[in-house]
Design a protein around this ligand. Structure first.
Ligand code: NAP
Length: 300
């Protein structure tokens, strides 16, 4: 069997960003509205600082306005909720992103609940979680959907075309990734199984999948002989492991070289799902800005 076709998430994300840039330009020209994204970072976690910076930069590159709020680690929950309330009211802002994880003294659920559902561009508000959980087959995604799962579903649709009738196994049941991916695949008429750390005989389950999504956080857990020949494999995992000589490298949740010999399509790590997350955040922000001025949902 020939090697799997690599799903180039980096190239897809560049293309999606270009489409968002066009959408932003159209909104500015047609309605005089510039989409605005507010990012909120509490504390000084280095990884979170990098993520927030890249999101603000991407927004500016696409012609959006970015509002960057950096709060000290000792910020109280009440102070953060006050800021969220102010951002909810601000008509210049169409998307609010509170970078997770928050410091331990702040209840994440209370903060996510405080974000107006129409500005919840991460798609984590319970209203949006419920909208995705109850979506009908093929219905439009006219509300914010979590960015990484949305990216996975876009890549799969692009690589495979119609997904209807395919058997999908999603390994991982987090609210951030596994569950929303599963719901998006169900909306696309796949037959979906969600697996997790208590699943029995995971390799056998995975071997039945036409589409296998790994969102586990365990380096190279999924081996080549877990994969059905010709299956599409989406590797969401980002794991840093030692690479000898004090160096480290990034690997996914799938043993890449083994998977390459068996799968039909495969996302690499890095360069697969990763670049889609920020691009989908920009997509969500544009969609919410369009909605605010009464434009219908449009897949771009
Ligand atoms: P998470 O919240 O830790 O969830 C991991 C899931 O994997 C859980 O449901 C867990 O099961 C399951 N699991 C753990 N060990 C397992 C095993 N041995 N067999 C089967 N299932 C197992 O992680 P997450 O936030 O969903 O993230 C998953 C991975 O995606 C991480 O590597 C993360 O860095 C990466 N990620 C990437 C992006 C991106 O932009 N590409 C975005 C977000 C996350 P239980 O529920 O039973 O514990």
């Amino acid at each position: 069997m020939s090697e799997a076709r690599l799903i180039d998430g980096k190239a897809f994300a560049v293309d999606l960003r270009a489409r968002v840039r066009e959408g932003v330009a159209g909104l500015v020209a047609g309605k005089g509205v510039k989409p605005g994204l507010a990012t909120v970072l509490v504390g000084a976690d280095p990884a979170s600082q990098v993520y927030v910076r890249s999101k603000g930069k991407a927004a500016a590159e696409l012609g959006m306005v970015s509002f960057d709020h950096r709060l000290p680690e000792e910020t109280t929950e009440a102070e953060l909720l006050q800021l969220v309330a102010t951002l909810n009211q601000d008509p210049r802002i169409h998307g609010i992103l509170v970078q997770l994880p928050l410091p331990k003294h702040i209840h994440t659920e209370r903060v996510l609940l405080a974000i107006h559902p129409d500005k919840d561009v991460d798609g984590f508000h319970p209203i949006n979680v419920g909208r995705l959980g109850s979506i009908a087959s093929g219905a439009p995604l006219d509300f914010p959907v979590p960015c990484t799962p949305l990216g996975c579903s876009m890549l799969l649709a692009d690589a495979l075309g119609a997904l209807g009738g395919k058997t999908a196994v999603v390994v991982g049941r987090s609210t951030l990734v596994g569950r929303p991916v599963a719901q998006l695949l169900l909306r696309a008429d796949c037959t979906v199984t969600i697996a997790h750390s208590r699943t029995r005989d995971l390799p056998a389950l995975c071997r039945g999948a036409d589409i296998l999504v790994a969102a586990i956080g365990k380096p190279e857990l999924v081996r080549g002989d877990w994969i059905k020949p010709g299956a599409a494999v989406v590797d969401v995992g980002i794991n840093r492991i030692p690479d000898g000589g004090g160096k480290t490298k990034l690997v996914g949740d799938v043993a890449f070289e083994e998977a390459l010999q068996v799968a039909g399509h495969l996302t690499p790590v890095p360069g697969g799902v990763g670049p889609m997350t920020v691009a989908c955040l920009m997509y969500n922000t544009l969609q919410e800005a369009r909605r605010k001025v009464g434009l219908p949902f449009a897949a771009i």
